[in-house]
Design a protein. Structure first.
Length: 128
């Protein structure tokens, strides 16, 4: 099976060959079929396709970080409750939820783990 980029490259070569051949003839008289063929091949070969290698762009996991100075914060708990309403949806979307406070963290709904590095090494500011 040919990859789309290979087909596109071949179409470009064919259209270049046809145009070069017509120019070498020194003739400006191009029949209608040849002209339409060259235009179609040129249009097809110049199309940019973003999904050529879907696997290269496929996300393995998406990480959500919810960080708070205080785990009793209303905003912190509201965000967590909103996301954890349906844990199955998190799994289906391959979302990994990290809840981070200054002294500990929790991955998805597992138990809290003691760790200060996640909070201290962050490169952004907590809003609450």
């Amino acid at each position: 099976m040919l990859h789309y980029s290979t087909i596109r490259e071949r179409l470009q070569k064919v259209s270049i060959f046809i145009l070069t051949h017509l120019m070498n003839k020194g003739s400006c008289n191009i029949d209608r079929t040849t002209f339409i063929l060259v235009i179609i091949i040129s249009l097809i070969s110049s199309v940019e396709v973003f999904g050529q290698n879907v696997d290269d762009y496929k996300w393995k996991n998406r990480i959500i970080l919810i960080i708070s100075k205080n785990e009793d914060s209303e905003i912190f708990n509201k965000q967590i409750n909103t996301l954890e309403k349906d844990l199955q949806e998190l799994v289906e979307r391959k979302l990994i939820l990290f809840k981070i406070t200054p002294s500990k963290y929790q991955l998805n709904s597992n138990k809290w783990e003691t760790n200060t590095e996640l909070y201290t090494k962050r490169r952004f500011v907590c809003l609450n």
